[in-house]
Design a protein around this ligand. Structure first.
Ligand code: ADE
Ligand code: ZN
Ligand code: ZN
Length: 264
């Protein structure tokens, strides 16, 4: 309990610095939750309870990765060099990567002989990793650490990097233009639009889509091309952000619903 209090404090004070993609993660999981079947909800609710919502539970992996779970840091991304665009050919480093970690946590969640705590953490990791897999810069190049070393200048003249632009600056700009409800309203619209489209439930294919987006000329990531982030740049990618969050939510819900369909 006390530990949680301090973790929350840490979280609040680090919000300015790296709390950006939190909105995306939280929305992927909260919107996925709304799409769960009653059976899935019944099984998953106890695993979420201590966080109050699935959305908040899905932030936990970011709270612990720089604290007592440093071993999980490399689980949040998978990088490939420019010479290898096929995600299925990616090699995972020794500590693991996004794809390895997702499959590993799926095994834990679906193994009912695992402890309650391990299965709860597995669920929080899974929700979080589906969000990461839909963020283009989490499937970036190893040389620039997924855009963290790709320096850019923001419209207000401050320095940032490509990773943080996609983790949060685009959403921050969206909020400042249209208010906080705009993101959720647009994600909801996209969910409604995509819900009846058949979805691949292969995690690798979601990461491949992110990779393909990261490689698009308009993104300016490849060859370290883009140096100056304009408002126009960010606005031209609003729709991509809405779509990635919506697809993450739909696919996460279907992945979880499938577990409880199979075991019934
Ligand atoms: N560190 C190295 N690669 C990274 C990536 N793609 N995303 C976040 N952190 C990283
Ligand atoms: Zn992450
Ligand atoms: Zn990130």
């Amino acid at each position: 309990m006390i530990k949680h209090f301090f973790l929350s404090l840490l979280f609040i004070f680090s919000f300015e610095a790296n709390g950006w993609w939190d909105k995306g993660h939280q929305m992927v999981c909260d919107e996925a939750y709304k799409l769960l079947t009653p059976e899935a909800k019944k099984s998953l609710d106890p695993l979420i309870e201590e966080h109050g919502s699935f959305g908040v539970a899905c932030l936990w992996p970011d709270w612990v990765k720089n604290d007592d779970r440093k071993d999980t840091r490399s689980w949040h991304y998978i990088n490939l060099p420019d010479s290898e665009q096929n995600i299925y050919k990616a090699t995972c480093p020794k500590n693991g990567c996004l794809i390895y970690a997702f499959h590993k946590q799926m095994k834990v969640l679906t193994n009912f002989t695992e402890s309650f705590r391990d299965r709860a953490e597995a669920l929080w990791f899974i929700g979080h990793f589906v969000g990461d897999a839909h963020q283009p810069m989490h499937v970036g190049f190893p040389e620039d650490r997924g855009g963290n070393d790709h320096k850019v200048i923001l419209p207000d003249g401050t320095e940032a990097n490509m990773h943080s632009v996609w983790d949060g600056e685009i959403i921050e700009h969206m909020d400042s233009l249209y208010g906080e409800e705009y993101l959720l309203n647009n994600v909801s619209k996209k969910i409604y639009e995509f819900l009846n489209h058949p979805q691949s439930l292969e995690f690798e294919s979601w990461a491949q889509e992110s990779r393909d987006i990261a490689m698009q000329k308009s993104v300016g990531y490849r060859n370290n091309e883009l140096k100056l982030i304009t408002n126009r740049y960010m606005e031209s990618h609003f729709q991509t952000v809405h779509e990635r969050i919506a697809l993450g939510a739909i696919r996460l819900s279907q992945t979880l619903n499938n577990i409880y369909q199979e075991s019934n």
